[in-house]
Design a protein around this ligand. Structure first.
Ligand SMILES: [Zn+2]
Length: 330
């Protein structure tokens, strides 16, 4: 029996206890209440955020998750703690996080480990990118842990996640999809990036007179300028997806995130088919996942358990993980 705690930081914090990779008990949320009414995390200093995380984890570890709890467990029986954060994460350090700028440079794994130690919790802490956590959660819940799983998250920024974990940067949202020098709306400042076309913030900068929701609604009623942009939006995603197909092969791509409602799969598929013409690469499939915290929570736990086993595997000669780990490349 493995018990992990999964935590996801997006525009809010969600945390839950996982038993055998299933949610066990109530999901804790910060701030509480309406999950759509939260835009305040970026205003909270990083030390305070770590304190909030440690408090939630400690509460879950002690089985204090409220009246819905299924049972109570001792804090020392937690095998691993996984935290999924938006941004570029390496070795437990958040190297870049445009949507949580105060976390840039934070040694989150170390600092959270110390904060938890003060609360009597010694389980290993693993930090994952949020899109990677969703890919891990999809793989775990669909019995695909041995397959390459790729996820696009469509929100304020555009995230690209993959399972299994592979060394690399994988900033798929910043892949160049156009050579047009006028395409410079990406939050990172790069020209021609996918996020500069698809990201929510980028769309607001492009259409100063319309909200992104209005752009997509007007396109449906025949407005030419909006229709052309919606087409560009889908072509950009098709181009980025085609690039990953040409690099790592076909397979299944999942699409999720707060703004996945803008996505029309048939339109995406039509563009993708014009871009991927080699027969062996045409066996790709596309699927929309409704955005929710559960898959990412499970994925954060899966990533943490996998990282923990990998570490103990390498200490013990690696025999356990080598036999049960999928290869890190397709
Ligand atoms: Zn960029």
């Amino acid at each position: 029996m493995t018990t992990a705690i999964g935590v996801v930081i997006t525009d809010h914090i969600a945390a839950a206890r996982l038993k055998e990779l299933q949610l066990a008990g109530k999901v804790l949320r910060y701030p509480g209440g309406d999950p759509d009414a939260m835009e305040g995390l970026e205003a909270i200093p990083d030390s305070e955020l770590i304190d909030i995380l440690a408090g939630q984890i400690a509460s879950l570890a002690r089985g204090n998750a409220g009246p819905d709890r299924v049972d109570s467990i001792e804090a020392d029986s937690i095998d691993a703690i996984g935290v999924a954060v938006p941004g570029f994460v390496r070795s437990g350090v958040i190297e870049e996080s445009p949507n949580l700028p105060q976390m840039k440079g934070t040694r989150l794994a170390d600092q959270l480990t110390s904060a938890l130690k003060e609360r009597g919790i010694a389980a290993p802490v693993h930090i994952a990118n949020d899109a990677d956590a969703i890919a891990a959660g999809v793989a775990a819940t669909r019995d695909r842990l041995d397959k390459l799983t790729r996820v696009w998250t469509i929100g304020n920024g555009i995230g690209y996640g993959r399972w299994p974990h592979a060394e690399g940067v994988w900033e798929g949202g910043h892949i160049s999809v156009t050579l047009d020098p006028k395409e410079r709306y990406c939050g990172c400042g790069g020209v021609g990036h996918l996020e500069g076309i698809m990201g929510y913030r980028a769309m607001r900068m492009r259409f100063l007179d319309l909200e992104p929701e209005e752009v997509f609604a007007n396109a449906k009623t025949g407005d030419t300028r909006c229709r052309q942009f919606v087409d560009l939006w889908h072509r950009a995603l098709a181009a980025a997806t085609a690039s990953f197909i040409h690099l790592a092969g076909p397979g299944r791509f999942y699409f999720t995130g707060k703004n996945v409602g803008f996505l029309e799969l048939p339109l995406l598929r039509t563009h993708l088919e014009t871009m991927v013409r080699m027969t062996p690469l045409q066996s790709f499939s596309l699927e929309i996942l409704p955005p929710d915290d559960e898959i990412a929570l499970i994925g954060a736990g899966v990533s943490a358990l996998r990282a923990m086993r990998q570490e103990s595997g390498s200490r013990e000669g690696g025999s356990y993980m080598r036999s049960s780990m999928p290869s890190s490349r397709p």
